[in-house]
Design a protein around this ligand. Structure first.
Ligand SMILES: [Zn+2]
Ligand SMILES: [Zn+2]
Length: 284
């Protein structure tokens, strides 16, 4: 079973990724939510180039990734769930829930610690919001995230299939909830009770720092609601809001080489604990 999961993993992940990317791209053409400000060719070339670079760097840096470690933990009896003797279905559900909570907390941390915000703000500096924005993460952020995920997997001891399902799901929902698609409002209202929708995550890409520092969830919308970081809609509306952060607003900033050096440029302003944000009263 574990052998099959490991050998099939790359093919499963790549085909689901390409299928959903293509579906979202077509949906964005058929029913866009916002007008594009930047020609797609600039953003897509650089955002997709970054994914390839991220993947290569990740594979070269880690001898083992999350699913592989989960298989090893099952073998050696590492981690909480491998020692509790709970039914498999329960272990799968609990693992997916806890991995999602871990990703949420990690995202909050990347907004709160200035040095980490320097890395993560590159995700926010995209000047349009579409499915490729969901892929735009600095390679160092990808490496730190994988390190954290490996620690969580070693401690939790989740079934390998749960880790694979979670990673495929996270990849799929990231493409979906960054898509520039116009979901009918009633559909969005119901859907966002269970999963983060594009309208919910777009608030997180608002240039207004109070909105940037909200809606941290990627899969499940519940953590934001439970932990008080939920903002339902952007103050200026989805068509009126500006996407991005205050720094890095030129087209040159969207190029891969400048994205990579962005963590070193300028101050780490705008992070969640920046006094200029926390002191500022809401304007409405
Ligand atoms: Zn963020
Ligand atoms: Zn995002």
């Amino acid at each position: 079973m574990s052998e099959t999961i490991l050998s099939a993993e790359p093919a499963i992940r790549l085909s689901i990724f390409l299928g959903i990317l293509a579906a979202m791209a077509l949906w964005e053409v058929a029913a866009p939510r916002r007008r594009r400000d930047i020609p797609r060719v600039i953003r897509w070339t650089n955002n997709l180039g970054l994914v390839v670079l991220d993947t290569v760097i990740l594979r070269l840096s880690f001898p083992i990734v999350a699913v592989g470690l989960a298989v090893m933990a099952e073998d050696k009896g590492w981690g909480l769930l491998n020692n509790l003797g709970v039914p498999v279905w329960l272990a799968i559900m609990a693992s997916m829930l806890l991995l999602d909570l871990a990703i949420y907390l990690q995202h909050v941390m990347f907004h709160a610690i200035p040095a980490l915000w320097r890395l993560h703000r590159m995700h926010h500096a995209d000047l349009d919001f579409d499915t490729t924005t969901g892929l735009r993460f600095h390679p160092v952020e990808i490496l730190i995230s994988m390190g954290i995920k490996l620690v969580v997997v070693a401690a939790l001891g989740p079934p390998a299939i749960a880790v694979l399902l979670f990673e495929v799901l996270l990849n799929a929902t990231a493409l979906f909830n960054h898509a520039n698609i116009d979901l009918p409002r009633p559909v969005d209202r119901i859907l966002r009770l269970f999963v983060v929708t594009p309208d919910m995550h777009r608030v997180h890409h608002s240039v207004d720092p109070r909105e940037t520092n909200s809606n941290y969830g990627f899969n499940l919308p519940w953590w934001d609601r439970l932990l008080g970081t939920y903002i339902a809609q952007p103050a200026k509306g989805h068509e009126g809001m500006a996407i991005g952060i205050e720094q890095f607003r030129t087209r040159r900033d969207l190029w891969l080489d400048w994205m990579l050096i962005q963590p070193l440029r300028g101050p780490a302003s705008g992070h969640a604990l920046d006094p200029r944000i926390t002191m500022k009263e809401p304007t409405e």
